[in-house]
Design a protein around this ligand. Structure first.
Ligand SMILES: Cc1cc2nc3c(=O)[nH]c(=O)nc-3n(C[C@H](O)[C@H](O)[C@H](O)COP(=O)(O)OP(=O)(O)OC[C@H]3O[C@@H](n4cnc5c(N)ncnc54)[C@H](O)[C@@H]3O)c2cc1C
Length: 423
């Protein structure tokens, strides 16, 4: 039995906590929020979790909202030309659905459940001065504090950073009573050089929402978020953005209203990669996981999915560690296993933040004609390790497009031949 301390009751901390508890380990989670605190807190995320993440939640019996709508079955991509028209529009299907649950509801439920299953929770924000005591109480202490201030104690890994400042200014808000397509999915609107508007269908405590993440290129015409100080102002600004940049989203919101007074957020996410080991004065070492060590802009909806991946990788590494020594070498090796995954969502996010290469524009441009491209692109949100096979470089994009064209032609020819031979 391993005795593990986890600082932070968010996606990675809770998932890891449940996995260890299931194995019979002793787990203590240090949480700055009680379950009842989440309801009155700010909406932190649009939280689209794709099927690989949902599978892990099922394995741990955390799928309290199994099958409840809205489900994420599709990605509806529209690239605008700036005059209100779209130059590219296609729809990609997920092989298996994803789901977004308001993180406030999800984490409050999970945290309560963690205590019900025998886990220990210590309430209160952990400060730097608490770390020696916490680390001395456990065989392994992980810091899963997301974007909390405590993460700054970890050293920045300059070698793995592409950007050093937020590449977008963000307004996120959840709206009820908007029109949803059936089947439902991510509305993924792009205006090159100006910004993006991603709508994630989300289950909230008070209904079915679209949670919009509006991402403005700093200093550009969509960068209108600095004075927002209320849910009403957030809602009005979002509707103005739709009118001015994504007019095809206006009608959907004819009856829409903000989901609750805290269902909005403004800010920016500075991309970050940190070294995974924090060494205290005593020489004790703690390990950072998920957003603490790899933080990306939310434009590709990868953070919670990567947090799920991180929890899974660390859980397996703890099980495989036969001598029970969790030293810096083990932490570094375990982080490298996570980075082997996390480099791909990081590259994906950085690619969509920057100037799109010509081959990527052409590939997605062809998706309107060739539906396999849309499906493959959607699938990459669920598993971004597929991107180097068809998206990141011109050669793989060309090979994939050619083979997709070939398959489409063969399918059409076979269907025609079969139809002709029907009697
Ligand atoms: C606008 C926006 C939209 C997003 N949309 C998506 C999306 O659609 N899909 C997706 O996959 N990801 C999305 N993300 C990212 C995703 O929510 C995070 O990457 C994910 O929750 C990170 O998990 P984590 O375990 O690292 O940290 P978190 O889930 O953030 O949990 C950290 C927890 O630690 C607590 N904490 C912090 N400091 C302390 C302390 N000192 N002591 C005790 N507790 C502490 C925090 O309060 C929090 O509860 C979005 C992020 C943003 C900002």
């Amino acid at each position: 039995m391993v005795n593990v301390g986890i600082i932070g009751a968010g996606h990675s901390g809770l998932q890891l906590g449940f996995a260890l508890l299931q194995d019979g380990d002793k787990v203590t989670i240090y949480s700055d929020k009680r379950p009842e605190d989440f309801a009155g807190s700010r909406l932190p995320s649009s939280n689209s979790v794709f099927s690989r993440g949902l599978d892990r939640e099922r394995e741990l019996g955390l799928n309290f909202w199994e099958g409840q709508k809205p489900l994420i079955d599709h990605t509806f991509v529209r690239i605008g030309d700036g005059s209100g028209a779209t130059v590219v529009a296609f729809d990609g299907r997920f092989a298996r659905h994803g789901q977004a649950i308001d993180q406030r509801l999800k984490f409050a439920t999970w945290l309560q459940e963690f205590e019900n299953r025998g886990g220990t929770v210590v309430y209160g924000a952990v400060g730097a001065d608490d770390l020696e005591d916490i680390a001395s109480d456990h065989d392994l202490t992980v810091i899963a504090a997301g974007k909390g201030d405590i993460t700054r104690l970890f050293e920045v890994d300059e070698t793995r950073l592409t950007y050093r400042a937020p590449q977008r200014r963000i307004l996120m808000l959840s709206v009820l009573d908007a029109e949803h397509p059936s089947p439902d999915g991510v509305l993924y609107n792009i205006l090159p050089g100006v910004g993006e508007a991603f709508g994630i269908p989300m289950l909230m405590a008070n209904g079915v929402a679209y949670t919009w993440v509006l991402e403005a290129v700093p200093g550009g015409p969509m960068d209108r978020f600095s004075g927002i100080d209320s849910s009403e102002a957030a809602f009005d600004t979002a509707m103005g953005i739709f009118r001015d940049f994504f007019p095809w989203e206006v009608e959907r919101h004819a009856q829409a209203r903000i989901a609750d007074a805290n269902a909005w957020l403004t800010g920016g996410v500075p991309p970050m990669v940190r070294r995974p080991v924090l060494t205290l004065t005593s020489g004790r070492q703690l390990m950072g996981i998920a957003d603490v060590v790899v933080l990306n802009d939310p434009c590709t909806g990868q953070g919670a999915n990567s947090a799920s991946e991180a929890a899974d990788i660390i859980h397996r590494a703890i099980r495989e560690n036969s001598d029970g020594t969790f030293d810096a070498e083990w932490m570094e090796q375990t982080f490298e296993k996570f980075w082997a995954y996390a480099q791909w969502p990081t590259l994906f996010t950085n690619a969509l933040m920057g100037q799109w290469p010509e081959h990527a524009v052409q590939l997605l441009g062809a998706a309107a004609e060739l539906e396999e491209i849309g499906h493959r692109f959607s699938g990459a949100f669920n598993d971004p390790r597929d991107l180097p096979n068809f998206f990141f470089d011109p050669e793989s994009a060309r090979r994939f497009t050619e083979s997709a064209v070939h398959r489409a032609k063969s399918r059409t020819a076979m269907t025609a031949q079969f139809a002709n031979s029907l009697t």
